[in-house]
Design a protein. Structure first.
Length: 325
């Protein structure tokens, strides 16, 4: 029975390449007979996989598109590629894609063998980042998926947390009821109810380590205001390491959303798009606006950010002047 199951899974993996396989070719790949291949194909059909038969010379078997996504069978290299791609998407600029990537990454990492996790970590360690991306905090996939699963399953979570040094808070072990993961700017935040402080708290995920789900399950609490994302954004605005900047970008709002929608709030405007950004580093404004290649103007900008940008622009102007000379 074990041999039959293994062979059937291998057959499914071959068919998921979405090419037409001759029965003889499948039999050779599976080290079996064409008759056995036919029986295995019928077994897959009974399980709900739409395997089509193509008769005549050059015919064979192929997997047709189904009404629902069936369980996938991937080899080791494909599994590593999936994890690597999902990690990149989780920190990428596409609006809406990051959240879906985290959910998918959590499911994959949950069943990934330790050997393949090490291979995926090696790929990330040896990857070269583009200029500007190196400053984005590196997320630990293990912590990201552990927290995501705890949110999904409403499971108590403990972890070590290192607050910003200027906050004056001492690093320590935290015990929380996790609610949501929220991406803001270039970072991920966990919104959770702190069981020791008896209040809602927002935690930066890149400062979180050794996350462990506990056995206790809980009924999710209602966050004040009812909107987890809005609560996190408001709490960051009240913090000392965030500045709110509003800009009017003179280009199509949908284009702006597709480029920086994950990093900012984008609203339609008669003259283009109104962008609200929360930043802790003025350099990110230049990176985001530079990627749009469009004219823009500031509607609201804190004096500290304006001062820093003026200094940067003065240095760039001087360098251009010297280059022209």
């Amino acid at each position: 029975m074990a041999d039959t199951t293994t062979r059937t899974l291998k057959l499914l993996a071959l068919l998921q390449a979405h090419r037409l396989w001759a029965a003889a070719e499948l039999a050779d790949r599976l080290d079996t007979t064409e008759r056995t291949v036919r029986r295995d194909v019928e077994r897959l059909r009974e399980l709900g996989y739409p395997v089509e038969s193509v008769r005549g010379a050059g015919g064979g078997y192929q997997l047709a598109p189904g009404g629902a996504l069936p369980p996938l069978v991937v080899d080791e290299g494909e599994a590593v590629a999936i994890v690597t791609a999902l990690r990149s998407a989780a920190s990428g600029p596409a609006a809406g894609l990051a959240e879906a990537s985290v959910r998918a990454l959590a499911k994959v990492m949950q069943v990934l063998p330790p050997k393949l996790r090490r291979r995926a970590d090696a790929v990330r360690a040896m990857s070269v980042t583009l200029p500007g991306e190196a400053e984005v905090p590196v997320l630990d996939a293990e912590a990201l998926t552990t927290v995501a699963l705890a949110c999904r399953d409403s499971t108590e979570l403990t972890f070590d947390y290192a607050p910003a040094a200027r906050d004056g808070r001492v690093p320590g072990r935290r015990r929380v009821e996790p609610l949501r993961l929220v991406p803001v700017g270039r970072r991920w935040y966990l919104l959770a109810y702190d069981l020791d402080r008896l209040d809602w708290r927002t935690f930066r995920l890149d400062r979180l380590a050794d996350a462990k789900p506990e056995k206790r399950r809980f009924g999710p609490r209602t966050v004040p205001g009812g909107d987890a994302a809005a609560y996190v954004r408001n709490s960051l605005r009240a913090g000392r390491d965030q500045h709110v900047v509003r800009l009017l970008v003179h280009t199509d709002a949908d284009l702006v959303r597709s480029r920086i929608g994950r990093h900012a709030e984008v609203a339609d405007h008669a003259d283009g798009a109104e962008v609200t950004m929360q930043v802790d580093d003025a350099r990110w404004i230049a990176v985001a606006m530079g990627g749009l290649d469009a004219d823009y103007e500031f509607i609201e900008i804190p004096p500290a950010v304006l001062h820093e940008l003026r200094g940067r622009n003065a240095r760039e102007a001087r360098a251009l002047y010297l280059a022209e000379r």
